[in-house]
Design a binder for this molecule. Structure first.
Ligand code: ADP
Ligand code: ZN
Length: 731
């Protein structure tokens, strides 16, 4: 006789290990990997996922506790999905239970649609129904019903045999029948429409499509095409082929705001409304979406970052649009990159991944250079649109009036007069980033962070964009009693200035403040799309991916922050955001114009950008990174710590540095600890330790050691810490 298996259970607690349990006592549902179980944990009862079963445990069987009950009639995740969770947990050094929690649509609740059924046991099947009928006619009737349809749903019995429920227990007790639950995958089918044939592909698009369809199995392709070059058109042809072959396609986009446009295009071209999966769904909607993806009934799934975990019955292709976008990396909790996870997942599933971008990340460009990824380029705008003209406005020659230079104001007037739209991009929401006393120079600061308060006119308040603290706006200086004035520009102030200059025009502001209320974002984008709004002001929410047919002018209010970024990714980021926003201009018949205001017109960055575009900036940046051994020429991991007392942060990080050095692993540089540039945030003192290596495996070995060490350290309790593997922001 084989011993009962031991269940390896991932529980949502901040410890990396899995926990072993014996199966529940009675029959109940089978404890299969991928099902959830309720287990005793200390004095609590928690829900965990069975990630595996095993013959033995590190603990003797007598010391193992029994699981209380199995919660799912059918495994929620198959072996591939469980592989993905394990991979993410080990790669990102994050507790498996927390990865499971991130991947499933809800904790503890029923996730599968099930219905109850009755089945005959061998004993019941062998019973002589005629004889039973003489003594107990109702029992016999139930047995007869069960021989007709097996398994027999309760709802069928309710119709055919009213009162049957009274016989159920007697027959179960006799061992003649049993009750079970079966999974009901009959979710709604997606809406289907008549697809429209798209435009005839141009030669570059045809070549790209041919290269994409020429090979089966795992392959990563960078589809590197200028904005408006028809990348989406290429994806859609490939998606259609994969769907025709009966397989599912997962598309990831950086932001919810970009989904509606994509949905409309997919619906029109392919005739299927994609299933949406993003953080804006209610719990119920998320659950339904998760079920449809899992059952394979949803052929096409479109979502943001977290959709990378959606279970797929028959995966065929993953598309990542705007691959370079920072929103694919989660910056808290489980710090994963959806792009990198998608690539790993595709490799495991042996399917293709397409990474589309007009400004591919240096990581992907480098991988393409090495030949690990296929690199396809689309160099011209499809459908005859010409690239926009870029102009630098030197603010030493053209002073600002409310943040806007005369050439920019004139251009706005011209474009709008011709019936076109203008977009003004500024990466700062609020009215002004600083409130300064005109008498003593004191600046309003956050009480809990080393940062200044942003002035918000709309809500008449000061708010800290780092910790969320808010207080009433007051122009009296708290130090000298003098009077304070807002300094610098945010979206609100630019909007206000534009209203004075262009009082008769419809001006729409789009940032996370103006779109907070449900429905306001869709409305604002609809106004922008239809051309009703003549002047658009916004943050990167507005600058990415959108297609505004009438937009011909883009003004970048302040590009200079990016020029002096302390992060080694500064120039890559700046070039990406400028090219992205420039790409909104002149996407149809009219050529677009882009005005970039800078006080540092001599900075070499501008020469690189203007002489060779994004790829020139990328070449320079790659050479620089190679010389300094920054990624993609090395791997990084960042250990961050924060505590209410500064010495606790330092003590913790010094101990981590000491154990890194004591590990004697060769080939990892330990840099720091140093304090974060904005050291105090929300009342905590923050510091960090950077680990760098050319060898990913050694780096991960070290992280394994450090994580165990930090988990076990008592001081860890008063310090919040995290490991960020492949961080995209070093501060
Ligand atoms: P991208 O995804 O690279 O920004 P899109 O696929 O959105 O580019 O294409 C930009 C515009 O050009 C869209 O309006 C699209 O319908 C159109 N377009 C794409 N390919 C062609 C083509 N081969 N012929 C004509 N128009 C095209
Ligand atoms: Zn603050």
């Amino acid at each position: 006789m084989t011993a009962t298996p031991i269940l390896n259970v991932a529980i949502n607690v901040p410890l990396a290990r899995v926990f072993d349990y014996l199966p529940p006592e009675d029959g109940g549902m089978l404890p299969r990997p991928g099902c959830r179980v309720q287990v005793p944990f200390g004095r609590r009862k928690l829900v965990g996922l069975i990630v595996d079963t095993a013959d033995r445990s590190d603990l003797p069987r007598t010391e193992l506790r029994r699981a209380i009950a199995v919660l799912d009639a059918d495994p929620l995740c198959d072996a591939n999905d469980r592989w993905l969770m394990r991979f993410v947990s080990s790669y990102y050094q994050h507790p498996l239970g927390e990865v499971v929690a991130a991947a499933l649509p809800a904790q503890g609740k029923p996730l599968l649609a099930v219905h109850d059924v009755l089945l005959l046991n061998p004993l019941g099947a062998a019973a002589d129904i005629e004889r039973v009928a003489k003594r107990a006619p109702r029992q016999a009737a139930l047995l007869r019903a069960l021989t007709e349809i097996a398994p027999t749903p309760y709802r069928v019995l309710d119709q055919q045999l009213p009162g049957w429920r009274k016989q159920r227990k007697v027959l179960i007790d006799k061992g003649w029948i049993r009750a079970e639950q079966v999974v009901d995958d009959s979710c709604e089918q997606p809406e289907r429409h008549e697809p429209h044939a798209g435009p005839v592909l141009n030669p570059e698009q045809r070549q790209a499509l041919a290269a994409l369809t020429s090979q089966e199995g795992f392959r990563v392709t960078v589809l590197d095409g200028v904005t408006g070059s028809g990348k989406t058109e290429v994806y859609m042809r490939l998606i259609q082929e994969v769907l025709n072959a009966g397989r599912q396609v997962l598309i990831l986009v950086p932001e919810i705001g970009l989904t509606s446009q994509f949905v409309a295009r997919l619906r029109e071209r392919i005739g299927i409304t994609p299933l949406l999966f993003h953080s804006g769904l209610s719990d119920g909607e998320r659950l339904l979406a998760w079920r449809s993806a899992r059952s394979g009934r949803a052929p096409l799934i479109l979502g943001t970052r977290s959709a990378v975990f959606v279970p797929l019955r028959s995966p065929g292709l993953i598309v990542i649009d705007e691959e370079h976008d920072a929103s694919f990396k989660q910056q808290e909790g489980l710090r994963y990159s959806a792009r990198d996870v998608a690539i790993a997942r595709a490799k495991h599933l042996n399917i293709a991944v397409i990474l589309g971008s007009a400004t591919p990340s240096l990581e992907c460009l480098r991988r393409a250079e090495e030949g690990a990824y296929q690199h396809l380029t689309l160099t011209c705008r499809a459908g005859g649109a010409v690239p926009p003209l870029l102009r630098l406005i030197d603010l030493h020659k053209h002073p600002l009036e409310d943040g806007l230079s005369t050439p920019l104001l004139t251009a706005i007037g011209d474009h709008v007069k011709r019936g076109h739209q203008a977009l003004l991009f500024i990466n700062r929401r609020g009215f002004a980033p600083t409130l300064i006393c005109a008498d003593c120079g004191h600046m309003a600061e956050c009480r809990r962070c080393d940062s200044r308060m942003t002035v918000h006119r709309g809500s008449n308040s000061l708010s800290c964009h780092h910790c969320g603290a808010v207080r009433p706006f007051d122009t009296r200086c708290t130090v000298c009693g003098g009077s304070c004035v807002p300094l610098g520009q945010g979206t609100e102030r630019i909007e206000e200035a534009l209203r004075t200059h262009f009082p008769e025009q419809v001006i729409t502001r789009i940032d996370s403040d103006s779109t907070r209320l449900k429905g306001t974002m869709d409305k604002a984008f609809a106004m922008a799309m239809s051309g009703e709004a003549k002047i658009l002001v916004g943050t990167q929410m507005l600058s990415k991916g959108h297609h505004f047919p009438l937009l011909t002018l883009v003004g970048v209010i302040n590009a200079d922050q990016g020029l002096f970024s302390t992060d080694f990714r500064g120039s890559e980021r700046l070039a990406q955001s400028l090219i992205q926003v420039a790409g909104r201009a002149g996407r149809e018949k009219q050529q677009g114009e882009v005005f970039i205001q800078t006080a540092f017109a001599e900075h070499p960055f501008w020469n690189e950008l203007f002489s060779g575009g994004y790829h020139q900036v990328a070449r320079f940046a790659l050479a620089e990174r190679e010389a300094c051994a920054w990624p993609p020429f090395s791997r990084l991991a960042l250990i961050r710590a924060a505590a209410h007392k500064r010495e606790h942060t330092w003590e913790f990080l010094h101990a981590a540095a000491a154990s890194a050095n004591a590990s004697q692993l060769v080939g990892v540089r330990v840099l720091g600890p140093v304090s974060a540039p904005m050291e105090r945030r929300a009342g905590r003192y923050r510091g960090q330790l950077l680990l760098q290596s050319r060898d990913r495996r050694v780096l991960h070995q070290l992280l394994d050691i450090l994580r165990r060490d930090m988990e076990s350290r008592v001081t860890g309790r008063r310090v919040r810490w995290s490991i960020d593997v492949d961080p995209i922001e070093l501060f």
